[in-house]
Design a binder for this molecule. Structure first.
Ligand SMILES: [Zn+2]
Length: 129
């Protein structure tokens, strides 16, 4: 199941540690499935994947595209870069809609209560963020 996350709740969700979501761009009719995983040993470091493909890292609020020929031409990595910058600067247009996949952004357990389904974070995990 996919559930919309409001734009103002996105940053907390994406930085929760194990965030699985889809970015839909209604203007360009594209969908990007993303998994943002926290590196537990280096604070502020996250890995960004789309399905099994590694797109790059987030470090100290900057997204760095994986540096190789393949990724320089990678539309997915650039689409994520655009989304990430718009999110951090509070400029996401209404045409960009983000959905979580029904699992907690921090622990990936299935979300059941209505409040958690709205925010994408479970009741225990929300206390730890
Ligand atoms: Zn959780």
């Amino acid at each position: 199941m996919e559930h919309i996350i409001e734009h103002q709740l996105l940053e907390r969700f994406i930085y929760a540690g194990r965030a699985n979501f889809t970015i839909e761009d209604k203007e360009f009719d594209t969908k990007l499935v993303v998994y943002v995983k926290e590196n537990k040993t280096i604070p502020g470091l996250y890995w960004v994947r789309s399905n099994e493909q590694f797109l790059g890292t987030i470090f100290q609020s900057r997204f760095i595209i994986k540096d190789n020929e393949q990724n320089r031409l990678n539309r997915k990595a650039h689409a994520f870069m655009r989304f990430f910058i718009l999110m951090l600067t509070n400029r996401l247009p209404e045409t960009i809609v983000v959905y979580h996949h029904g699992t907690c952004g921090r622990c990936r357990r299935k979300l059941t209560d209505p409040e958690s389904i709205t925010t994408g974070i479970g009741p225990e995990c929300v206390k730890k963020l």
